[in-house]
Design a protein around this ligand. Structure first.
Ligand code: UTP
Length: 158
């Protein structure tokens, strides 16, 4: 069965504080079409603006990097739940880790993830998901405007 992975950057889901529901609906339509044509589909959603806000606040309040990451993970999982809310053939929650992802794939052709563990980004989740499902393509949808040789956002430097 063909398999596709889409990593949807949280950054493209928001216009300021507003969630872009019209754009999200277009993604929902694409996902529905792929699943109903017999494909396995993995979606990984990033943390976007809420993740940045919580990570910045936690940093100012003295939280360590791993705990800041937990906040980013929860933001990404919340964004993933929004997609799940609109896609009732999906596994009903964003898997918390790799092991739960494997379980989810045992029963569902559509699984939607946020973050897994501290020390990585949702791009890593998408790569792990691709390997697990044997995806032919991994599409990474983001608003990064160029290729950088180091992280352009100093707040994320370790
Ligand atoms: P991302 O940085 O992956 O989301 O996760 P994003 O910014 O929406 O993605 P792009 O850049 O638009 O493509 C948000 C934060 O959540 C934590 C990290 O702190 C990350 O910066 N995170 C996410 C983890 O620690 N582990 C994960 O598996 C995923």
């Amino acid at each position: 069965m063909p398999a596709y992975i889409f990593k949807i950057g949280g950054s493209i889901l928001f216009d300021g504080e507003i969630l872009k529901t019209e754009l999200i609906q277009k993604w929902i339509n694409v996902i529905n079409e792929l699943v109903s044509s017999g494909n396995r589909v993995g979606i990984v959603i990033g943390g976007g603006r809420p993740a940045r806000k919580y990570i910045k606040a936690a940093s100012e309040l003295g939280a360590n990097k791993s705990y800041q990451d937990l906040l980013g993970i929860e933001s990404a999982r919340q964004n993933a739940r929004l997609f799940i809310a609109a896609l009732n053939q999906s596994y009903p929650t964003p898997p918390k880790n790799y092991e739960e992802l494997i379980h989810a794939l045992g029963t569902h052709d559509l699984v939607i993830c946020g973050g897994f563990q501290p020390g990585q980004s949702t791009n890593a989740v998408a790569a792990i998901f691709s390997e697990t499902i044997g995806a032919k393509y991994l599409f990474n949808i983001t608003n990064i405007d160029k290729v950088y040789n180091k992280d352009p956002d100093n707040s994320k430097m370790r």
